[in-house]
Design a protein around this ligand. Structure first.
Ligand SMILES: *Cc1c(COP(=O)(O)O)cnc(C)c1O
Length: 396
């Protein structure tokens, strides 16, 4: 058909049907960015034969191009999974799980320390969609068996929980769920899929906010659902199609570009964060350091048993003698740590949380501040924290 363009007289027609195609055989390390809404077929028969669910071929941009298929395959490989679906954000991936697996009349169990927007979504499902939502204490372990009902279809887990960092006993929860045929989804973002092997510990769906470590650039929003079971992946895929959760290929490329350094960055965050957490645990201004690798953190023993690392995110509880105005002053006195949500990027961040308003139960004393330890040198970060603690103490 290319040859016909010579006969075309219209400017735009000539341009659109220009016969040049670049020579084949180009080879380089970066993945090509294949943009497409429309995907072309060689014949009507080929068009009719292709299924959007079968990722051996292409049908429509919403279901992927070679660029997104490549990222999916690599993400599945990191966690020892078989299938992967991309979503436009981590929260969108969470919603996919809920929409795919829950119907009105069903029941879902969610840890009380879950990522805030996951909780918010669950409350919406409960208020507007007839789904029963119950929050369980994060350290419940095998006792979750007592909460499972006939209509329980899904148990969410998060390891460790956002902000307050309790490490749950995932194998015990999975064993109880499995005995009753209930699926377990894990928000595995904290470990980046590196420090915790979700499937070896019995999880059915590993959810990742790629926005964090996989991106590493504080620039992209994306989520992923990784599974081993084909049927389960197909249920998620149906919801993915129905909800139209496409992702942009430029964003996919940015994640592919940073994936080779994922483990190195994670380990660098981990080394620095552990050192800073230890330093903080010896400071009189700090009541408790909620870092899974430190004994003050609830579930520390489980972390030691099940995890191989910790990454850059942890929280502290200040000595209750310090007011909120003082701990806010600490946060604002930091120079290298910026105030902002998210984590997993190169820059250090710090956020104060009003934890009592976020939880149905919270017994601890002292104001909570969460750190994302970036890639700045550890001694610079410690010096920054030290001077900010000094400024805080000078304010009444
Ligand atoms: C950031 C985050 C999410 C959501 O990811 P977004 O891409 O920001 O929607 C989900 N779970 C955890 C634990 C997160 O930290």
């Amino acid at each position: 058909m290319n040859g016909e363009s010579k006969k075309l007289s219209g400017f735009t027609s000539r341009l659109l049907h220009h016969p040049y195609t670049a020579p084949a055989g180009f080879s380089a390390f970066p993945e090509a960015i294949h943009h497409a809404s429309t995907v072309l077929f060689d014949s009507v028969a080929a068009m009719r034969a292709r299924s959007w669910q079968d990722k051996s071929a292409y049908t429509y941009g919403l279901h992927g191009t070679p660029t997104s298929f490549t990222l999916e395959a690599r993400l599945a490989a990191i966690e020892g999974g078989q299938h992967c679906l991309l979503a436009p954000s981590g929260l969108a991936a969470i919603m996919l799980v809920d929409m795919a697996l829950l119907s009105s009349g069903d029941d879902v169990l969610i840890p009380d320390n879950v990522y805030g927007p996951n909780r918010e979504l669950a409350l919406w499902l409960s208020q507007s969609f007839g789904i029963s939502v119950r929050f369980y204490p994060p350290l419940i372990g095998a006792d979750i068996a007592g909460l499972i009902q006939e209509n329980t279809k899904l148990i969410w887990t998060e390891a460790p929980g956002s902000v307050s960092m309790e490490v749950p006993d995932i194998p015990a929860i999975c064993a109880a769920a499995d005995a009753r045929g209930v699926l377990v989804a894990l928000d595995n973002t904290w470990s980046g899929g590196i420090a915790f092997q979700a499937f070896q510990h019995g999880v059915d769906i590993s959810m990742q906010a790629l926005t964090k470590y996989q991106s590493g650039g504080s620039d992209v929003l994306m989520g992923a659902l990784i599974t081993r079971d084909k049927d389960l992946n197909q249920r998620l895929q149906m919801a993915h199609m129905r909800l139209g959760m496409g992702v942009g290929m430029d964003d996919v490329y940015l994640i592919l570009r940073n994936l080779p350094t994922l483990k190195l960055r994670f380990e660098a965050h981990d080394r620095s964060a552990t050192e800073i957490a230890r330093w903080l645990s010896a400071r009189p201004e700090i009541h408790k350091v909620l870092h899974p690798a430190l004994p003050d953190c609830p579930g520390h023993d489980i972390w030691k048993r099940d995890f191989t690392g910790a990454g850059g995110l942890f929280s502290v509880l200040f000595n209750p003698a310090f007011s909120e105005a003082q701990t806010d002053c600490f946060v604002e006195s930091l120079h290298l740590f910026k105030i902002g949500f998210s984590w997993g990027g190169a820059h250090s961040l710090c956020v104060p949380y009003r934890i009592r308003q976020m939880r149905s139960q919270w017994e601890e004393q002292g104001n909570l501040v969460r750190f994302n330890i970036g890639l700045e040198e550890t001694e610079d970060l410690i010096a920054d924290i030290e001077q900010a603690l000094g400024k805080m103490k000078k304010t009444g």
